[in-house]
Design a protein around this ligand. Sequence first.
Ligand code: TYD
Ligand code: MG
Length: 452
Amino acid sequence: MSSSKARFMCQSCGTVFSKWVGQCDVCKEWNSVIEEMPGSPELVDAKVMSENFFTTLSANTEQFVATRHKTSLSEFNRVLGGGLVDGSVILLGGAPGIGKSTLLLQTVADIETLNDFVYISAEESVGQVLIRAQRLSIVNPRLKIASSANLTQILNALKDIKPNSIVIIDSIQTVFSDAIQSPPGSISQVRYCTLELVNFAKSHNVIIIIVGHVTKDGTIAGPKTLEHMVDCVLSFEGDRTCDYRILRGDKNRYGAIDEIGVFSMTGDGLKEVANPSAAFLSDRTSKVSGVAVFSGIEGTRPILSEIQALVSKTGLQIPRRATIGFDVNRLSMIVAVLSKRCRLQFSDKDVYINVAGGLRINEPSADLAVASAIISSTFNTPLPANSVFFGEIGLSGEVRQSYLAFSRLKESEKLGYNHAYASISDIPIEIDMNVTRIKYVRDLLAVIKTTS
Ligand code: TYD
Ligand code: MG
């Protein structure tokens, strides 16, 4: 069978076709099917030393236990679960210009426990990387910088690398291997190059961080299988127009996911934000309607954020429901519950939700804050000052208790809030705050009435 037979593959979902088509049948994407030439897979050496193949728990396992290398950015360590693990491969995704290259250049340069530091840019010239390094005031004579997009050339240059080193590949979409005849960035290339890099990391015990571009829907460009091949998948998010950047763990074989690291982009690089709650609330203006403060949990720590709602008369036949930083389907559900259980009329109104500071909230406990902001905007009445809201709203209008309620209250108290609206049955005595129990969503109407 000829191995050089061309095939056509959808660059969006990976479906293979025998002939070219304009639209992929599976994912319905237009112009995503391109011709790819499968490369001949290299024969794997199947000879295995039988006595070394298995390890038992009684054997000396210490040599297998990887150490963690801490970077000077503790927010980065937090997302990694304590630091970089030897021999691990990390995929860092993010929109263009968000600061991926900056973050990696800054972090690799300051780890002291590693042997070699290699930064390979497949997008920029050495000069461009050096300008950035100067701007970031990086002084690490051990940092080696190279510009290359050819995988064979890169792996050759790295063959004598010491164990316990770090290699950055920026980015995987521009790297290519001669073994595959498709263009750089195609699914076959990205998958093949990633697999080669993973094998290299494991066999040489080096850490490899791969930068990946994201598509317009926020997933890393290339097949989903890429995420299965690597040990950690991190995403770097934020609004380019505001200074805050959030690093999120989407997959981590060596730590918890859902931890976030918060940074701010300054004139000389990324700085970690020690108190994210204060940062996301810094521009808060009281006495404005449609604004509620949500006491949420990101990973293991509480973070306060501001939820803004705007309810306005629609000019369209079907009113708009639009969100930034919050799930739009969840908003539709909250609006439906409010109209049914609180007898509010939204069929002729647009509802917009925005989470300030570029934060993205996935927690159902944000429901109560979203509902409060919507009611506040509807009646054009500000919510009580110095108050926080949290609780998950069910379809019947009941508000459920949130987990880690104590941490949420503690963080709110620390930041000067003195009133919480939540579904809490027993209020911890250590908390010096007023807590109003919201058992049903209609109880929120009373909160607004007492303010006005
Ligand atoms: P970059 O790391 O090149 O982004 P990515 O690799 O994700 O495409 O960062 C680009 C942006 O960061 C650019 O708009 C300028 C800004 N920036 C700063 O504000 N301060 C700095 O010190 C640096 C290096 C970049
Ligand atoms: Mg870059």
